[in-house]
Design a protein around this ligand. Structure first.
Ligand SMILES: [Zn+2]
Length: 305
């Protein structure tokens, strides 16, 4: 399960929305209930709803005309100068009525709240970096870099089937920037997105390796659960014996097994990745059928000096 505190925090935000929508509606309802005519009509509506529901269970025709009773309610409300809409809670999310779940599944509004928390955690901002705001003219070969960004954008829009994206290229080629564009693009979708550096990932793997209480799974849940995981700068982290390679392999395998997508950037060449991380990780990452490998290491893709 996703890190508990993050889920709770996101759910709390949504619950607050529900409460304030319901409180507001209830304040108007209470005011209306002071009116004897409204109160009696309301009782009639409730009773009619129960009787009609019973009738339905026994396969009988509904006994009361609810429409008529509701029309009367609206009339009374107008007389009281209360809008009929005011006594109904207006939820921010029509899909889940601000509960965060639809049929036991996370609602898109809950995923969005979680993403916002995750983004804050990864130091990304929602608005600053996006495909729309890219200025390709700062590159030596604008068309070439634009083609790369177009490919990445298409991937984010699920226009190809690759499960993983590997961005290979030296420092200064804008890999991190491209990944942030992708992450921000996905933030608007109904997916959970987590952005981390290889260094931070390694630290979490180490904590996972050395923790033996109930918090153990917290250290890798964020690496396994999100629909999209971005790992920036693979190869800059220290390789810890029994931790880095094993942990990375398990995370990549688990994510691939679950059909989750991973985007990795690295300053290392594919051959260097094979040397550092071993054949197992290399073959998982660079599998032709599942990986979109993009090289951004040509000097003409570097930022103009
Ligand atoms: Zn919702």
């Amino acid at each position: 399960m996703l890190k508990k505190q993050i889920l709770e925090c996101a759910l709390n935000k949504i619950k607050l929305r529900r409460q304030s929508a319901e409180n507001l509606a209830y304040s108007f309802f209470e005011k209306a209930m002071l009116d004897e005519q409204f109160k009696n009509n309301f009782k009639d509506i409730k009773q009619a709803e129960i009787d009609n529901a019973k009738a339905q269970v026994y396969g009988e025709e509904p006994k009361y005309d609810l429409k008529q009773l509701k029309a009367k309610q609206n009339e009374i409300l107008k007389k009281l100068k209360i809008s009929p809409k005011a006594i109904i809670p207006h939820y921010s999310c029509n899909k889940c009525h601000d509960t965060g779940y639809v049929n036991g599944e996370m609602c898109s509004c809950l995923k969005h709240e979680i993403n916002l928390i995750l983004f804050e955690k990864s130091g990304l901002s929602e608005s600053n970096i996006s495909f729309k705001k890219c200025d390709f003219s700062i590159f030596d070969d604008p068309q070439k870099i634009k083609n790369i960004y177009d490919k990445l954008k298409k991937w984010c829009e699920k226009q190809n089937v690759y499960q993983n994206v590997i961005l290979i290229g030296k420092t200064g080629t804008g890999k991190t920037y491209a990944m942030q564009c992708m992450a921000n693009n996905l933030l608007a979708s109904e997916s959970l997105v987590y952005f981390t550096s290889a260094f931070e990932l390694n630290e979490n793997l180490l904590k996972y390796h050395t923790t033996f209480d109930e918090t153990k799974s917290d250290y890798i849940s964020l690496l396994i659960d999100p629909d999209y995981l971005f790992i920036d700068d693979l190869g800059t982290e220290p390789i810890l014996k029994n931790v880095t390679r094993e942990g990375l392999y398990n995370i990549i395998s688990e994510r691939m097994r679950k059909g989750k997508k991973t985007v990795i950037s690295s300053n290392l060449s594919p051959d260097q990745i094979k040397d550092v991380y071993g054949e197992r990780i290399f073959s998982r990452l660079f599998c032709q059928n599942t990986a979109l490998v993009i090289h951004v290491e040509n000097s003409d893709l570097r930022l103009k000096k």
